[in-house]
Design a protein around this ligand. Structure first.
Ligand SMILES: Cc1cc2nc3c(=O)[nH]c(=O)nc-3n(C[C@H](O)[C@H](O)[C@H](O)COP(=O)(O)OP(=O)(O)OC[C@H]3O[C@@H](n4cnc5c(N)ncnc54)[C@H](O)[C@@H]3O)c2cc1C
Length: 435
């Protein structure tokens, strides 16, 4: 059965909720869009659907990717075989059973096949999201990248790059659903940046694994993306892969159970700062622990080597090889992969240039207890109840309340789960305010 074909249950779900409400937002001259959603991945599309059902018209969804296959992470940067998220977490179907992953999967593969799944295969999740976007007819404008947001009185001028051409459009509100890197950028350890860029890559980049056939590869980091990258390199015929973890053990830490409690993350913002800080810190300290199957994917290869409690002190190119001075001695590699995650800092984001310094951070609003300090978390934006930016000095940048943030930088203020991005109708209803 075709994975993108619609099926009666989905259409029936849409029929039973009736036609989309009329746009209740009054038109204003000079405004192109009531809401501009930046990012046409699972979050952006879920928000587009939720806003439509809330009767908010003139919503545009833009994505810098050239087409659906290059948007979002699932067919690009993600190399995991299965999602980490439990398969039954409510998702971008926004509560409509006929639009859920389970409904789609059972229609294609049968109920027994769904029952037999332990977690959702990545490729199936990508196919489901594609099907959902098509079924809901979300008109994503691919090849349209936001370069800069310019606040102008009570609205924004959006400086866009449309297939290489610069244009300007206006919007009253903005939703930043621009993914993991959208809060800052890829974190690459300084020791690697000393090397020529042809000799290393970050896991978020498009890595040519075929070119690593027969090569010796180092992976720095021990989170899920590290084991995924190691697994793909080995499956692609790398001569050997050495994975360096600064921790002394790869702990099978318990899944952060909050992820499977939608009621918890819908109301997460109402929790005291102290609790949210501690949760975010716990999440950061634990890291994105690899699932057992991701570890097994790598360790089944005899040419996989795990270096625990190991760092790189320095790296240089000698005789066309990376010579790394590591906690486990001098080692030689052809290529290095930084599986070292992302950092959050509004100041480095080009779209926020000109006003990023006005955005309130956690360090402006909260003083952790002794022993719970964390400069990295302190740099995260301190967001309001609708995930909107707040002002670091009240009164100086009132337009910030109309920029809602659903990229990774919401982690300290909202639920520390990427999955929660697409899940919350409550958030969409908060965006639907103060017109
Ligand atoms: C290896 C890996 C494994 C993961 N596993 C899980 C998991 O198991 N469970 C889970 O919930 N999450 C997981 N995640 C996190 C995952 O990224 C998110 O859950 C999910 O992709 C979030 O969807 P999104 O729409 O918010 O962001 P994305 O899917 O990243 O989409 C963001 C979109 O924004 C677009 N964009 C960015 N900047 C601009 C701009 N300036 N202008 C226009 N468009 C722009 C991008 O092109 C992209 O299409 C994983 C991530 C990775 C990398």
């Amino acid at each position: 059965m075709s994975r993108s074909s619609s099926w009666p249950g989905a259409l029936e779900s849409l029929r039973l909720i009736g036609p989309d409400p009329q746009n209740w937002v009054p038109k204003r001259s000079g405004i192109d869009h009531n809401v501009a959603i930046v990012g046409g991945g699972q979050s952006g599309n879920a928000f587009a659907f939720a806003l439509r059902r809330a009767g908010i018209g003139d919503v545009t969804v833009i994505d810098g990717a050239s087409d659906p296959a290059h948007a979002g992470v699932w067919l690009t940067g993600a190399r995991t075989n299965k999602l980490r998220t439990p398969k039954a977490v409510p998702g971008p179907e926004l509560g409509l059973p006929g639009l859920s992953f389970q409904a789609w999967y059972e229609a294609n593969q049968g109920p027994e096949a769904y029952a037999a799944l332990d977690r959702i295969p990545r490729i199936d999740w990508a196919a489901y999201l594609n099907w959902l976007r098509e079924t809901l007819a979300i008109p994503v404008r691919y090849g349209t990248r936001l370069r800069r947001i310019e606040p102008v009185g009570d609205h924004f001028r959006l400086h866009l790059d449309v297939d290489g051409k610069a244009i300007v459009e206006t919007a009253r509100k903005i939703i930043l659903a621009n993914g993991v890197a959208g809060g800052g950028g890829a974190y690459i350890p300084g020791v690697l940046t000393e090397l020529p860029t042809s000799r290393y890559a970050h896991t978020s980049q498009d890595i040519d694994f075929k070119a690593l056939r027969g090569k010796s590869v180092a992976v720095i980091g021990a989170a899920a993306s590290a084991f995924d990258a190691a697994g793909v390199a080995l499956e692609s015929g790398a001569r050997n892969v050495h994975l360096f973890a600064w921790r002394a053990a790869i702990a099978a830490l318990p899944v952060i159970r909050l992820r499977v409690y939608p009621g918890a993350y819908d109301h997460y913002h109402g929790l005291p700062d102290e609790f949210r800080w501690r949760q975010a810190k716990r999440f950061r300290d634990a890291g994105s622990t690899p699932p057992v199957d991701a570890i097994e994917r790598a360790v089944k290869f005899p040419n996989f080597h795990l270096h625990l409690a190991s760092n790189w002190q320095s790296a240089a190119i000698e005789n066309d090889q990376i010579v790394a001075d590591t906690s486990h001695g001098i080692l030689h590699f052809d290529f290095a992969i930084a599986a070292t995650g992302n950092f959050v800092d509004p100041e480095v984001r080009p779209e926020l240039s000109g006003f990023a310094h006005e955005i309130a951070r956690w360090r402006d609003r909260f003083t952790p207890r002794a022993g719970e300090e964390d400069d990295v978390l302190g740099a995260y934006p301190y967001l309001g109840a609708a995930h909107e930016y707040l002002e670091s000095s009240p009164g100086r940048a009132p337009y910030l309340k109309d920029i809602h943030v659903f990229n990774v930088s919401k982690m300290a203020s909202g639920c520390p789960s990427a999955a929660a991005n697409a899940r919350s109708t409550r958030i969409a209803s908060l965006v639907n305010s103060a017109w």
